[in-house]
Design a protein around this ligand. Structure first.
Ligand code: SD4
Length: 327
């Protein structure tokens, strides 16, 4: 869509429009009635992670919960050394340390999150353990790592030779400017609907390549990188986390779906919300995927180049997402 059309549409999607009394009415009956419970399992994940999505779908087809399936799917990318934005082999911070962020949210509305964790690859599973085995929602840094060790997770160096090489090349031309463009990100966000029609999700990342030490993005922040409301649907984000956090993107999408916007419309409005304050075409990328209780899905990104895998009706396929800017 071109700039002019966007501005024309802006009034339709204005802040005033969104903050209607309905926005705060969390139990709107008509939305709930309209959402009539999709019966067969669905798994949708960011990017072309068909292996991750296929593992999640096997768990779903075997009758496992949406949460377990989402975490198992995410773990495939966490162990994929070729993926430099998640888990083992993730790009380090500017000082050469790989630090990971992840969160999960289940159909009860419970959630768990870990931030800036070093030496542990399966951080989505760790976030699930925080949710299930501690009285807390979020553990950070050393505390998260110590908790992982106490739960039997393996401690290992997550910096692979190839990510080390890339980091050293970066150091040579070091000019700190964190931009997520279409080439530089592969965070996994995954949403599953199980055989009981329960929705859960997981999100896992090593964050921005060569970020400042201690930098945390949207991915482990409930409401930003991931949000699920089992009555309505779920959403996950990938891309420039700072922009997602500023607009609480995943929560926004679920709240829009609660107001009867389709997942596609909700993703588009959330992307436009980010763009509202950009005077020019931004260099950074943000993308969302969403699913509602009817099994309808949505995906939208700022720039072209984003895609997602969808498992539905026993088929796992990759789809290109629509984007705000396109040629
Ligand atoms: C972050 N949203 O840390 C993550 C990065 C990302 O694909 O999605 N990369 O900001």
């Amino acid at each position: 869509m071109k700039r002019r059309k966007f501005i024309k549409n802006a009034s339709k999607f204005s802040l005033a429009g969104l903050i209607s009394p309905d926005f705060f009415n969390v139990d709107k009956k008509y939305s709930i009635k309209k959402l009539n419970n999709y019966k067969s399992p669905i798994s949708i994940c960011t990017w072309d992670f068909s292996n991750a999505n296929s593992v999640a779908s096997e768990y779903l087809e075997n009758g496992q919960s949406a949460l377990e399936s989402a975490v198992r799917g995410a773990s495939i990318e966490e162990s994929n050394a070729q993926n430099s934005t998640v888990g083992y082999g993730g790009a380090p911070d500017r000082e050469g340390n790989v630090s990971l962020d992840a969160c999960v949210m289940n159909h009860f509305g419970d959630c768990g999150s870990v931030v800036a964790v070093k030496n542990i690859r399966s951080v989505a599973s760790l976030a699930k353990d925080v949710m299930e085995k501690t009285p807390h929602v979020m553990l950070a840094g050393d505390g998260a790592e110590e908790f992982a060790i106490s739960q039997g997770y393996k401690s290992e160096d997550l910096l692979t030779n190839s990510s080390k090489k890339e980091w050293m090349k970066w150091l040579e031309r070091s000019n700190y400017k964190p931009i997520i463009n279409i080439e530089n990100h592969d965070t996994i966000g995954i949403l599953c609907i199980d055989q009981k029609n329960n929705i859960s999700g997981a999100c896992s990342t090593s964050g921005l390549a060569y970020k400042m030490k201690g930098r945390v993005g949207d991915s482990p922040i409930i409401g930003s990188g991931l949000f699920v409301d089992n009555k309505i649907g779920g959403a996950v984000a990938t891309g420039m986390g700072e922009e997602v956090v500023k607009t609480v993107g995943s929560f926004l999408i679920v709240e829009l779906m609660r107001q009867n916007y389709s997942p596609q419309e909700a993703c588009e409005i959330a992307i436009r919300r980010i763009l509202e304050k950009e005077k020019n075409k931004p260099e950074f990328q943000v993308a969302y995927i969403a699913v509602n209780k009817n099994g309808e899905i949505g995906a939208f990104s700022i720039h072209e180049g984003f895609g997602y895998c969808l498992y539905r009706n026993k088929k796992n396929r990759f789809y290109k997402s629509k984007s705000f800017y396109y040629k």
